[in-house]
Design a protein around this ligand. Structure first.
Ligand SMILES: C[S@@+](CC[C@H](N)C(=O)[O-])C[C@H]1O[C@@H](n2cnc3c(N)ncnc32)[C@H](O)[C@@H]1O
Length: 220
């Protein structure tokens, strides 16, 4: 889990969590199991979205009135669970990830939460899985949380597959502040993408300082 936003003191981070819908038992257990896995070196603790971000994703999915959604980067499934919970009964979420071991954990929790029938998981390289999707408006919401150097390509591939008015949500777009002083290829890719998106007339663009930075792109 993103331990706390780098923008907040520990006290304010606690206050944010106490002032947001609390995780239910399914989310609490998923967070605990993922923390135990990552403590043992299986994945990284920062991979999972924070609980308040999960609550925000559910709210955002509902506000957007999204019926069909896609996620790139699923890991143990918390963000997907959050989006799926915001979809109507007859909606659906397509999850793309290349790791079967982590997404097996996700499948268990989706089943426990009663949203498994709303989620389809496809395993493989995200760019290839996206390219194989029909090029027509399909999705109302997309959540991108995979390899940072891939984000620009994912945005381009998603754009023609989104309904007008649809919402793309990009995670980790502040890189813990390193967008101001990029240290590696991931930081450089996101810093360049942030600058490009601010000038991109395909979208209404806002970078929210939530968690590690969350960029919202509304398709014009
Ligand atoms: C930060 S984690 C996603 C966390 C997840 N959203 C959550 O809330 O738990 C990134 C995930 O992206 C996947 N991933 C990274 N690069 C990928 C690629 N090129 N194609 C497919 N999946 C990829 C990894 O396997 C990993 O599960």
């Amino acid at each position: 889990m993103t331990p706390q936003s780098f923008l907040l003191s520990a006290e304010l981070a606690d206050h944010v969590r106490r002032s947001t819908d609390p995780p239910d038992d399914v989310v609490a257990d998923l967070v605990a199991e993922t923390a135990a896995m990552t403590a043992a070196g299986d994945g990284r603790p920062t991979y999972q979205v924070a609980p308040e971000q999960a609550a925000f994703l559910t709210l955002l999915t509902r506000i957007a009135g999204a019926r069909w959604a896609v996620e790139i980067g699923t890991f143990t499934g918390l963000s997907a669970l959050a989006v799926a919970r915001g979809l109507p009964e007859d909606g659906g979420l397509l999850c793309l990830d290349r790791d079967a071991h982590w997404t097996d954990v996700a499948r268990r929790y989706w089943a426990r939460a009663g949203v498994a029938e709303r989620i389809e998981l496809r395993l493989g390289e995200a760019a290839e899985l996206l390219a194989a999707l029909p090029v027509r408006p399909t999705f109302d919401l997309a959540f991108v949380d995979a390899d940072k150097t891939g984000y620009a390509g994912y945005v381009d591939a998603l754009h023609p597959r989104m309904h007008p008015g649809g919402l793309l949500v990009l995670d980790n777009t502040l890189r813990a502040g390193r967008v101001l002083d990029p240290q590696d290829d991931d930081d450089r890719a996101i810093a360049a993408l942030n600058a490009a998106l601010a000038a991109d007339d395909r979208f209404d663009t806002v970078l929210l300082p939530l968690a590690n930075g969350l960029t919202l792109l509304r398709v014009r």
